[in-house]
Each structure stands twice: as structure tokens, then as C-alpha cells.
Design a protein around this ligand. Sequence first.
Ligand code: PRT
Ligand code: ZN
Length: 296
Amino acid sequence: MAEKLNQSPDQLRVKIGIQKSGKLTPDSLTLLEQAGLNVGVATDRLSVVCRTFNAEVVFLRDDDIQNFVRRRALDLGIIGQNLLQEFGTRGLDQLLELGFGKCALTVAVPEDSPFQTIDDLEGKKVATSYPRSTRRFFREREVNAKVLTATGSIEVTPKLGFADAISDLVSSGNTLEREKLRPLESIFASQAILIGSEKIPKQKKEEIEELLMRFKGVIDAKEYTYLVMNAPAELVDGISRICPGLTAPTVIPIATEGWVSIHVVIPKSAFWDKVRELKAIGVTGIAETEIKRIIF
Ligand code: PRT
Ligand code: ZN
């Protein structure tokens, strides 16, 4: 406590870096908002002090975020896992997988090229913004490719004669298709992650733990869904066997004699299987509602 009193409010705020403008920005803002950190649509600002939590959100380029967290200028950051593959994890903790920004670093070649496998790229030129990850991949595969670095528009480099192949992030695959490139192999899959400094300042520990619990609550909720159904009381045992819930289903009497309302949490991926099984034992009128947050 004495330690806290000696520090300015600014030093005590949890500093969180998110991408200023790019692929991770909208989902990062949504996650913060769902965790109760309202920053508004303020990405034209360099940073925003949250009014609802003792935190400051700083808008930066993704490459700088990982660097600043390593150097403890930021406490937390949201970046793609791909950056840790490229720059290593020294000084950082990977705290949570966030389930968005999914992509894969992928080796691709021109559609009409003769290359069919990675081995065919022996002695060939590969353009990438991920030189370390790409070199490591070719080294592990014992293929001697010449890895050339470029910082953007990698997909255009074969057409320009700069390279024979590329190694770039792919998500929908639309860019490869548009540029008439054919994927050969994926080097690694990636998604957005929450990173933290390896050495969390003692005086911010409580707030950071609270934030982790909140983020986890938002992310875990995406795996589950909430079913509400009315059924004759004699079906409760059967319904409980099909949908055991987190502890057990909630059973609530309703205004119709002999009937109850059953509320239960199920894994989202099991939704249609559960519906089929419930209908098979005679349950009708099943409603589903979204779970916004779930705290275990
Ligand atoms: O300015 P700043 O440095 O912050 O931005 P940036 O240009 O470095 O990054 P940005 O916004 O392109 O990507 C930020 C992060 O989003 C990446 O580090 C990944 O973790 C993640 N991500 C997810 C992606 C993609 N999907 C993605 N598809 N990053 C880039 N792309 C690009 C890719 O390079 C290619 O040009 O999108 C194109 C392919 O997309 P599809 O959908 O056509 O396959
Ligand atoms: Zn970047």
C-alpha cells in the first residue's frame, strides 16, 4: 500500500497496447469493451485512459507492441502469435489465446509454376516479411532456399521476378487466389494472443489478474451456449443425461401444472447434436440464447 502511495496515478495504471489500425484492431477493441474497458472509438488518439478501470490503452503498430512489452514500457499487449514465432518469447509471457486474427504463415508459388513440394524450392528465391521463421522452416526441411525480405505486398513479388515463391500470412486465401498463387505448405498457424511482461510490477498484479479473469470470461463464453426449454417434469432426468450442464440443469416450475422450464449451458459445438437428442425424447420448444461471459 505504501508503495502505491508513492507512485503517480499514471505509473499505477495497467498499460495495454493494441494495434492502432490493422487486422487486429476491431476485435481487440471489442474484447476490451466486453471486459469492461470502454475506450470508445478513439483510435485516432495515441492512448486513452479508461474511465471504468485503472488502465490505459495505447494504440501502436503491432511490431512495437511486442517490443514495448518486452522492455516493460507496456504491461500487456494484443498481437499475433506470428510475431513471437518471428521474434522469440524472451521477456514475454503468452497469457491467453484470443480466438481471433487466425491465419497461417504459408509458402505459396505461382499457379503455373512447376513447383509441387517444398523440396522443389531448392536453390530458389522466397520473398517474405517473416525471414527468421521462413529460414528456420527451410533449414529444418534441409532445403537450401534463398530467403529475401520485403515488408509488404509480398504476393506481388513473383510477378515482378523478385522471387520464385513467397512465405506470407494467409487467412481467407482470397489474396493468393487473386494473385494466381498456389499454397504449398503452411509453416505455422497463428491467432491473436494476449502477451504480458515476464516481470509484472507488484503494484499492478491485482489489476492484471482481474483483467485476465475478465478476458478469459469473454473468451470462454464463445465456447458455450445457453438452452432454455419447457418440458413435462418426467422428462427432467432424460434431459439432464443429455445436457448435464456445468453443475446440473436449472429446473424452474412454470404456470402449467406438471411442466417445468429447464435452463442449461452446453458446448456450442454440440448444439445440433443435443437438439436432435432432446427432440428424440420428446422435448419441444427449445430456445438458445448467447452467453456473453462465463466465469469458471
Ligand atoms: O501497422 P502495423 O504494423 O500494426 O500492421 P501490419 O501491416 O504489420 O499488420 P496487419 O494489420 O496486416 O496484421 C496484423 C496481424 O493480424 C498479423 O500479425 C497477424 O497476426 C494477423 N492476421 C490475420 C493477418 C492476416 N490475418 C492476414 N490475412 N495479417 C496479415 N494478413 C494479410 C497477409 O499478409 C496478406 O497480405 O492479409 C493478406 C492475406 O489475407 P487473405 O484473407 O486474402 O488470405
Ligand atoms: Zn506490423
